[in-house]
Write a protein that binds this ligand. Structure first.
Ligand code: ATP
Length: 235
């Protein structure tokens, strides 16, 4: 199982913001799309998920999805967790959000999935009766992940999961996302947090001006004077 993008471009009307992106992520692999604000990370994930107009090729497990609707892509296992935990219903409780996310599954499978996500994110069990909007940023991100897992993704697209999180919460989230490895999905994570990328990524690509300008291994990100930092333009 592999997610591939071939010469993928993203457009808002006549404005092209991602240009000829080639990438592939295999089952069990974590690929980080690293880039500063405005580099085109969300647009790339949106193009893959079918919510931003695109041209170029997208395949999942060899099946072409570039002409498919966002709904069909999600149904095929290409699932986006949008920036800002946009897949949550803030006034509804954690339990209610999970019930909605899992409602399409048959009873036994639903119970199995629920215990699976509560084992991955035990804090959600403790917060069951709390409205999603009242959770901490890290807890909301875990709930957003749990909701996405209800769609049984083959490839998961995470848009800036670290956004707005304090460093200690970030460590918990890194551990939680690390636990998803047991599920064997392909993970594509858009981030501008280098520490996050270094802790979780198997590989990273650096996006600037909507183009991949560098590819590397996380060890490279430990060197603040290294190429990746310089190219990111933040140091
Ligand atoms: N709806 C839109 N219409 C027009 N241009 C857009 C739209 N959304 C984003 N853009 C532009 O596309 C470019 C890439 O933005 P994008 O949000 O994909 O970057 P990003 O790397 O995800 O940044 P951030 O970390 O700030 O979310 C930017 O120049 C942005 O202004």
């Amino acid at each position: 199982m592999t997610l591939t993008a071939t010469s993928l471009s993203a457009h808002y009307g006549r404005l092209q913001v991602c240009h000829n992106i080639d990438l592939s992520v295999s089952a069990g692999e974590y690929l980080i799309v690293l880039g500063a604000n405005g580099a085109g990370k969300s647009s790339l994930l949106g193009a893959l998920a079918g919510i931003v107009a695109s041209s170029g090729g997208i395949t999942l497990s060899g099946r072409r999805l570039d002409q498919a609707s966002a709904r069909v892509r999600a149904g095929s296992g290409l699932v986006l967790v949008p920036e800002g935990r946009g897949n949550l219903f803030a006034p509804l409780t954690v339990e209610e959000n999970l019930a909605i996310a899992l409602r399409h599954l048959p009873g036994a499978e639903r119970r199995e999935m629920l215990s699976e996500v509560l084992a991955l994110f035990p804090i959600l069990g403790e917060r069951g009766a709390q409205p999603a909007g009242m959770l901490s940023g890290g807890e909301q991100q875990m709930l957003a992940l749990a909701v996405a897992l209800g769609r049984r993704p083959k490839a998961l697209l995470l848009d800036e999961p670290s956004q707005g999180l304090a460093p200690v919460v970030l460590d918990e989230l890194i551990a939680a996302i690390g636990r998803l490895r047991s599920l064997g999905m392909a993970l594509l994570i858009a981030e501008q947090n280098v520490r996050f990328a270094a802790a979780l990524g198997d590989r990273f690509v650096l996006l600037r001006g909507g183009e991949i300008i560098h590819e590397g291994a996380p060890a490279e990100l430990a060197d603040r004077r290294g190429t990746a930092f310089r190219l990111m333009g933040t140091h």
